[in-house]
Write a protein that binds this ligand. Structure first.
Ligand code: UD1
Ligand code: CA
Length: 496
């Protein structure tokens, strides 16, 4: 995303160079309660596009390679800290026990620390912000040698945001909150994004001078702008081109809006990189997924988590892949796969359910109505119809007949089944684990296999067939079945 021509003072015009002046500290404000989410989950832990809100912010921040990242936590502290330890173990947290406002949260983040250089401050509830825009704000801040630089946006519906009040020469005078604004100020469309770069020393000096003399009785970080200006500091306001980047999430409606906007952004990125997405409005790809060029995605498909899709794969329609690896040329139709690896040119579906630790080899197949779990299926092996394959290793070139069940659970424990290369399992076989079928062996259809079948043997385990002749004519006389049978017998008699 590009920043629009910045409205700068006092030393405009400023060249936007790509300087990588080092960024000392980033502070993410994430202590708010998120009351409007009406949730037992802290607001910043709600997810869009496969990451939490704060996870998106930290991902953008991470691209700046800052020395220190501090997150101010409060509401739902334990849960937020546990999440941060997982996704961003290098960040430190600061506890804000009582919600005293963004200025108060910043005071806590700076307290007792001798911070110099540049400090970037932003909120934990803006998942659309890109690292690119943050970098541009920093570039502008450094190039102009400003005391403070504020990222702003022209918002078509500015209600609720702090307004950017500029003087006649266009320079930034102050930021006024909605609730403290007069009618003229409420008519301003340029809003505060809540993202700021500060000279850390100047901020440390000014942050103690905030007052709670406002409608919310809080310490507003925004007031620091006017304080710094009055002390002779130079202030920049950089207008971002695409206002959606600054959108915050305060309720579930905005959560869904952000999810849709991120979906569109992610899909556009993949389409520009050579992925065919037949219906981008019904295709949901997490920010964490990787998809190569010349993959085709049909409607109603979700590609989630750490999924990696190689070139030429065809996914969908109506398919969900969660943290799956799909190799080149594989085809997955109307299926649900979790933590599975789908081999090169393998085929899945329609209506397959591949669970954790399923690995399909090259050209392997999990066909219609097939469920697998912890199953290794060798190259070219096929499980084409109506089967359950759990806790199994299947060799190469093997065919598993329709409706075969790998009976892996004895009611207490799970057991493993091994099937060799070029095996033919007859339809409707039960392979009762633990059991092993040797290379090249067959099993007869309908067998319940409880003992190992040696290589090349035919395993038969079923009742011998007995035909009770004339039973229908005697027991069901006069039915359509009996009449049909009698007619058939007469024809046979004539033929002699
Ligand atoms: C804030 C800005 C407003 C800006 C808007 C952009 C202030 C006073 N106002 O308003 O100018 O337009 O963001 O989205 O800064 N937080 C804490 N501790 C607190 C209070 C807030 O950590 O005591 C955190 C929140 O968790 C949140 C962020 O700070 O992540 C912003 O707070 P929020 O209450 O959402 O501020 P806004 O009213 O949206
Ligand atoms: Ca907010």
């Amino acid at each position: 995303m590009k920043l629009a021509e910045p409205k700068l003072e006092p030393n405009a015009p400023v060249r936007l160079t790509h300087m990588s002046a080092n960024l000392e500290t980033v502070v993410v404000l994430a202590a708010g309660e998120g009351t409007r989410m009406k949730s037992t989950t802290p607001k910043v832990l709600h997810e869009v596009a496969g990451r939490t809100l704060v996870g998106h912010v930290l991902s953008a921040v991470n691209s700046l390679k800052p020395k220190h990242v501090r997150v101010v936590v409060g509401a739902g502290r334990e849960a937020v800290e546990a999440h941060l330890a997982q996704v961003a173990p290098s960040v430190t947290t600061i506890f804000q026990e009582r919600r005293g406002g963004t200025g108060h949260a910043t005071q806590l983040a700076l307290a007792g620390k001798d911070i110099s250089g540049t400090i970037l401050i932003l909120a934990g509830d803006t998942p659309m912000l890109t690292g690119d825009s943050l970098q541009q704000l920093l570039n502008l801040h450094h190039a102009g040698g400003f005391t403070a630089s504020v990222l702003t946006a022209e918002h078509p519906e500015p209600t609720g945001y702090g307004r950017i009040v500029r003087s006649d020469d266009g320079s930034l005078l102050r930021i006024v909150e909605e609730r403290d604004a007069d009618d003229f100020e409420k008519g301003i469309y340029e809003v505060n994004s809540g993202v700021y770069a500060f000279d850390a020393k100047a901020l440390s000096g000014a942050i103690g001078k905030l007052s709670t003399d406002n409608s919310q009785g809080e310490l507003y970080l925004t007031d620091v702008i006017e304080i710094l200006r009055n002390e002779g500091g130079s202030i920049a306001a950089a207008l971002i081109e695409d206002f959606v980047e600054i959108l915050g999430v305060n309720d579930r409606v905005q959560l869904a809006e952000s999810a849709a906007l991120l979906r569109d952004r992610i899909n556009e990125g993949f389409m520009r990189a050579g992925v065919t997405i037949v219906d981008p409005t019904t295709t949901w790809i997490d920010a964490t997924a990787e998809i190569a060029s010349d993959v085709t995605i049909f409607p109603g498909t979700a590609i989630l988590g750490s999924s990696k899709i190689a070139t030429g794969a065809i996914i969908g329609p109506r398919t969900t892949l969660e943290s799956c690896t799909v190799l080149a040329g594989a085809k997955i139709v109307e299926s649900n796969c979790i933590n599975a690896t789908i081999g090169k040119d393998a085929q899945v579906g329609p209506y397959s359910y591949l669970r954790k630790d399923t690995v399909l080899g090259t050209g392997a197949k999990a066909g219609a109505f097939v469920e697998m779990k912890n199953a290794k299926v060798g190259d070219g092996s096929k499980v084409p119809h109506l089967s359950y394959v759990g806790d199994a290793t299947i060799g190469e070139g093997t065919n598993i007949g329709a409706a075969t069940i790998f009976v892996n659970y004895d009611g207490v424990e799970k057991h493993h089944t091994t099937v060799g290369d070029h095996v033919r399992i007859g339809s409707d076989s039960m392979l009762v684990a633990p059991v092993s079928i040797g290379d090249g062996a067959y099993t007869a259809a309908g067998s319940v296999i409880t003992e190992d079948v040696p290589p090349g043997a035919m395993g038969v385990a079923r009742g011998k067939q007995r035909n009770v002749l004339g039973w229908v004519m005697r027991k069901r006389s006069g039915t359509k079945s009996a009449i049909a049978a009698e007619a058939s017998e007469k024809r046979d008699e004539k033929k002699g």
